[in-house]
Design a protein around this ligand. Structure first.
Ligand SMILES: Nc1ncnc2c1ncn2[C@@H]1O[C@H](COP(=O)(O)OP(=O)(O)OP(=O)(O)O)[C@@H](O)[C@H]1O
Length: 409
């Protein structure tokens, strides 16, 4: 048995003016790649949608993947019938046998303007049919069940199981950004937010090994592997930070340690950004969340970078960030215990109104260039690709390809 899956692209992709073909091509390639190994075959294609055919047993896996595929507005398992009402009623009846609901609506979308009935007429007729078969009431706003019917030139599609996608833009259409990845909850969400806007994200993690254990490196790797799901290929730079910390601990006023750590992190990340051809940096800061994230401290930290520093979570609170981390699957990894470089040597009373002059005066006693070079030399670079699963079996029989007519949203 086979399943047909209709994938609708994110509405914003339709608004890209002259770049529209480029954005759509990228989004479609990303969807196709996400389904690699599920034996999915492209059956038909429209400007804003793709129709795939896949073996029924591959549907649960395909569903999980499409839920995480950037650029996808939503997707549905669909039944294909000839484009007439009787055939649609038969398909509906088959679906109704497996369902119970108290209210419903039919939404008809007609891209074949030659079809003899208008969308409201189709909705009324099919609505009456479902009402008679189930006794459920029609409810246009907030029904328990919505049936979407699409009338195409040579076929009709009935959506039987619809799921939202993450929306967003496909990876790489907005250029490259280097994101600073700690072992915490926030920075993976910040990286994801940028991916969702089409940035190709390169990750950089600073670890205290060999001064402390390598736990934070393992966490960063696990998070990177999870984030690869959204971007399909991701690079993680694991940078030794203990020598920088040692020098800062020796030279800086205690209260300034964390601000100075952050300034060096930005400098090293910026050197990596130059290598990678990235035009911005990103962190998981949220204004006022902890002492190092006061406006004054962020200001002093920022002065160490020449590239723009994006902070996509600046206006988010912890509850919102945690919810998103759970949704993207990084939360469970982030809460594992580790020995994070900054917390262990952090002072009890960090400065909350840092002054740039103090930071600069301390740094004048440090060999910044050497520290950066040392960190870069000692780094390990890991790459993850996704999906990496073993291919699922291919379907046996061939089904003819549908016509390529327009498909209206
Ligand atoms: N060891 C590290 N490696 C890379 N980036 C780091 C590291 N520590 C902190 N950062 C960056 O600095 C930001 C602020 O870190 P901080 O620990 O102050 O805040 P946080 O709110 O706990 O963030 P997170 O939950 O991401 O750790 C992080 O979001 C991250 O982008």
């Amino acid at each position: 048995m086979e399943t047909l899956v209709l994938v609708n692209l994110f509405h914003e992709l339709a608004l890209k003016g002259e770049n529209r073909p480029f954005f759509l091509r990228k989004a479609k390639a990303h969807v196709r790649e996400a389904l690699k190994g599920t034996a999915a075959r492209l059956e038909a294609e429209w400007p804003m949608a793709l129709l795939f055919r896949l073996p029924q047993e591959a549907w649960p896996e395909a569903k999980e993947r499409l839920k995480d595929t950037l650029g996808v507005e939503g997707f549905a398992r669909v039944l294909r019938t000839p484009p007439d009402l009787k055939a649609l009623e038969a398909a509906l009846e088959e679906t109704l046998a497996r369902e119970r609901f108290g209210s419903f609506r039919i939404t008809a979308k007609r891209s074949d303007k030659a079809f003899p009935l208008t969308s409201p007429e189709i909705e009324r007729l099919l609505g009456a049919f479902v009402k008679e078969k189930t006794g459920a009431k029609v409810q246009l706003k907030g029904p328990e069940r919505e049936f979407v019917v699409r009338i195409l030139p040579q076929a009709a599609l009935l959506e039987v199981e619809r799921h939202p996608g993450p929306g967003g833009l496909p990876p790489g259409v907005s250029g490259k950004v280097v994101a600073l990845l700690s072992g915490g909850i926030d920075s993976p969400v910040a990286a994801y937010r940028l991916m969702r806007r089409g940035a190709e994200v390169v990750l950089v993690h600073f670890h205290p090994f060999p001064l402390l254990s390598g736990q934070s490196r393992e966490k960063a790797k696990a998070i990177a592997e999870r984030l690869a799901r959204f971007q399909h290929r991701i690079t993680l730079h694991l940078v030794p930070f203990s020598e920088v910390q040692r020098q800062i601990i020796l030279e800086a006023p205690k209260a300034y340690r964390v601000v100075l750590y952050r300034r060096y992190m930005l400098r090293i990340a910026e050197a990596i950004a130059k290598e990678e051809g990235a035009l911005a940096l990103a962190t998981g800061d949220s204004l006022g969340q902890v002492a190092s994230q006061t406006l004054e401290n962020l200001h002093v930290v920022n002065q160490a970078a020449t590239l723009p520093v994006f902070r996509p979570l600046i206006g988010f609170d912890k509850v919102e960030i945690k919810a998103e981390a759970e949704r993207i699957g990084t939360y469970a990894i982030s809460i594992l215990p580790d020995e994070e470089c900054c917390t262990l040597f952090a002072p009890k009373h960090p400065v909350t109104r840092a002054q740039l002059s103090v930071a600069l005066e301390t740094e004048s006693r440090l060999d910044t260039e050497r520290l950066i070079a040392l960190a870069l030399e000692g780094r390990e670079v890991v790459r993850y690709t996704w999906p990496g699963q073993k291919p699922l079996p291919r379907p046996q029989e061939e089904v003819p390809i549908m016509g390529h007519g327009p498909l209206d949203g």
